[in-house]
Design a protein around this ligand. Structure first.
Ligand code: TRP
Length: 361
């Protein structure tokens, strides 16, 4: 049995250690596994634009994520590296699948409900004014208005928030992928993918395989400031894969620790130290109980100083490879052109079959 793998991340800001340990590390392991037939790793730009973003820096964000993938070890000889919007069949399949996806299945999804709360916290007004103030350059006015529309003010309960998981199902089913490495917050979306896939099979004939999620064992990295929340952004909360050694040392020094002084793994009583132990253990390969023994009687400060060097040492070769790719944009451009072309061929073939089955051809 060969495996087809698809995964993606939204290009919305720099990737951090949590993204690496929770996701990309598994991509690389799966890419290198013997029964893997194809891997497709995507910067899911069409998903990223469902939340407020800046068009002026968007291409840079996409580029940053792709460089992170390559530096982490995505191997263009074995895997395809694509930008979702460059393979137009993703959006087309989303539409086709939307015709068999009841709105009720989407409304109950936890990620959608969470987005709705975020939307409710923002100003609901839509501030576009069509008329150009006297004496003002039309283009200048349009640009200013456009940046207003695309910022927080346009973050409403848009159709795309509800349809988001249908696009994700399309990403996966377009390639008939059967294994999807994801964070555990994405499990409801994988379930929806299977519900939509089997409904299609039932209505139009056997087409899509069952999709299995692959969740990394024990690699949930939490925020350094609030260890009860997932590491989600950089700043002091997260360590970006591109942070300098001094930034890393400072962030780890400032990381929240717990009361008491023992270095012990206990997620309820000592969430801060437990998170730091997880990071230490995953990056160094040392078991957590071995670390606990090694640091018995030592201070939080000693432990943090050693952890900082482990992180710095781990990121050093990553950052060297990233700098090499960044200095050579032609190579990345070539990888993308080739990958996206191959992806479009598979996608077109599957979409033709889907069209046929649905009676569109
Ligand atoms: N929704 C995913 C996330 O927010 C990103 C994503 C989009 C994805 N399409 C996908 C992940 C397909 C796996 C497979 O993390």
């Amino acid at each position: 049995m060969t495996t087809r793998i698809f995964s993606g991340m939204r290009p919305s800001g720099k990737l951090h250690l949590g993204n690496y340990l929770g996701a990309i590390k598994n991509w690389i392991a799966l890419q290198d596994a013997p029964d893997t037939a194809t891997c497709i790793f995507a910067a899911v730009d069409l998903h990223a634009i469902t939340t407020p973003y800046d068009p002026a820096t968007f291409q840079k964000n996409i580029n940053d994520v792709l460089l992170d993938y390559l530096a982490a070890g995505v191997d263009p000889k074995r895997s395809l590296l694509i930008r979702q919007s460059r393979v137009p069949q993703h959006a087309e399949l989303m539409w086709l699948l939307s015709t068999i996806t009841p709105v009720g299945w989407l409304e109950r999804l936890p990620n959608y409900r969470e987005k709705l709360t975020q939307v409710a916290e923002m100003t609901p007004s839509f501030g576009f004014s069509g008329s150009v103030p006297p004496g003002k350059d039309v283009m200048q006015h349009a640009r200013e208005q456009a940046s207003t529309i695309l910022d927080k003010k346009s973050y409403q309960n848009n159709l795309s928030l509800l349809a988001y998981p249908v696009l994700m199902a399309a990403d996966i089913l377009l390639y008939k992928a059967d294994l999807v490495p994801v964070g555990d917050d994405q499990l409801p979306h994988i379930e929806l993918t299977n519900e939509v896939g089997s409904k299609f099979n039932h209505l139009f004939g056997e087409t899509f395989p069952n999709v299995r999620p692959f969740v990394a064992p024990g690699a949930r990295i939490m925020s350094l400031q609030d260890p009860t929340k997932k590491m989600s952004k950089t700043g002091d909360d997260g360590i970006a894969l591109t942070d300098s050694p001094d930034e890393i040392r400072g962030k780890i020094k400032r990381a929240t620790t717990d009361s008491g002084r023992e270095i012990m793994f206990n997620e309820t009583d000592k969430p801060g130290i437990s998170n730091l132990l997880t990071i230490f253990s995953t990056l160094s390969g040392a078991a957590i109980d071995k670390l606990e023994r090694d640091y018995a009687g030592k201070s939080y400060g000693d432990f943090k100083a050693d952890l900082a060097e482990v992180v710095v040492g781990f990121l050093e070769p990553f950052q060297r490879r990233r700098a090499e790719f960044a200095a050579d944009p032609a190579t990345l451009a070539h990888i993308l052109t080739e990958s996206e072309e191959k992806a479009r061929i598979v996608a077109a073939e599957h979409l033709a079959e889907i069209h046929q089955k649905m009676g569109l051809r």
